[in-house]
Design a protein around this ligand. Structure first.
Ligand code: PHE
Length: 341
């Protein structure tokens, strides 16, 4: 019996395999129930009781050796195949080709928005994403206990004095007015941050474009017509626009701007909650306190400001209804914008 086991062990050691067929042969010979080792297990019945334990242990060792060798052979066959891909590659297939990338829909819409305002005399201004309390809140007339200052909305980097991630692009308004004498006529695209759980309708990082026009005799009519022009240029001349009274700490009076729903054309649908209108921007006349905070005389100058979310404009334009799609970078989503330039 011992000799039989030794002979099988020797055979296992010497066995080789270079294809899956040979692996299968090995498996049938040494591993399967009907293999020679399997047969030996069947012989257990006829072994006298006092030798059963020793014989069982021997057989188990043999079985383990057979399995260990099987693993080695599988690895060697796999490596062998990886080393010689020529056997498995069909050289007559046409090459896969390099697909050109496509512009991200948010970048595309940012360019489009900038283009529309540049044509009517706005330039582009930039500002920091990491901001102090003065430029993000205090100079913008936010009252001491305004909820927007609180932890649930704002990502603070340091406290006392507060350093934070800007919650809107309005910080650039302040920086512009502090550093430039009117007239100021700029738009300010940028990333903003709010401490919100990520879902289809909310994200902690998104994009805004803010606009500011400060000069002598700027009136609400200028605001109305500028955004009226924008809405028609962006969404088409049949788009209806309405101004709804609203509140922002830094503008007085304030208005939200709605356009006729792009999905149902005003008839009422899920997107516009059956009102026929969708909001695209906040706006208002710059509060005199804000002008004064920046060293501009509110008796001499007036101004208007507006702010819109680029994700929102893109949603209305391309019917993207889940904010998460913008950051997941799923090529199946991005590919759909290949024709934009
Ligand atoms: N900053 C405002 C927001 O983030 C938008 C806004 C900008 C409103 C300018 C009025 C004027 O919601």
């Amino acid at each position: 019996m011992q000799e039989k086991v030794d002979a099988i062990l020797e055979e296992i050691k010497r066995s080789t395999a270079s294809s899956s067929q040979e692996l299968e042969e090995y498996r049938l010979k040494f591993i399967s129930k009907k293999s020679i080792i399997g047969e030996l297990f069947n012989e257990m019945k006829s072994i006298p009781n006092d030798q059963k334990k020793a014989f069982g242990m021997k057989l188990n060792e043999l079985k383990q050796s057979a399995q260990a060798r099987f693993k080695e052979l599988i690895d060697s066959v796999n490596n062998h195949q990886a080393d010689t891909p020529a056997d498995h590659v069909d050289l007559t297939l046409p090459p896969a080709g390099n697909e050109p990338g496509s512009i991200h829909p948010l970048s595309y819409m940012r360019y489009k928005i900038i283009e529309i305002f540049e044509r009517i005399g706005f330039n582009v201004a930039d500002g920091p994403e990491i901001e102090d309390d003065w430029h993000n809140f205090t100079a913008l007339n936010f009252p001491e206990n305004h909820p927007a200052r609180e932890m649930q909305d704002t990502f603070f980097i340091e406290r006392d004095p507060d350093i934070l991630l800007r919650t809107h692009t309005s910080n650039v308004q302040i920086r512009l007015m502090e550093n430039q004498k009117p007239p100021v006529r700029s738009i300010m695209p940028g990333r903003v941050f709010r401490n919100e759980a990520i879902s289809a309708r909310a994200h902690c990082v998104f994009h805004q474009v803010e606009g500011l026009y400060v000069d002598k005799n700027v009136s609400f009519i200028d605001l109305k017509h500028t955004l009226y022009h924008f809405a028609k240029e962006m969404f088409g001349k049949d788009t209806k626009v309405r101004y709804r009274p609203s509140y922002f700490p830094f503008t007085e009076p304030s208005a939200e701007i709605d356009i006729s729903c792009q999905i149902c054309g005003g008839k009422g649908c899920q997107l516009c909650k059956y009102t026929g209108w969708v909001e695209i921007a906040g706006s208002g006349m710059v509060d005199p306190n804000v002008l004064a905070n920046c060293g501009i005389d509110p008796q001499e100058y007036t101004g208007f400001a507006f702010g819109m979310g680029i994700e929102r404009i893109t949603q209305l334009k391309f019917r993207v209804n889940d904010l998460r799609l913008y950051t997941e970078n799923d090529v199946r989503f991005l590919k759909q914008f290949r024709t934009l330039h």
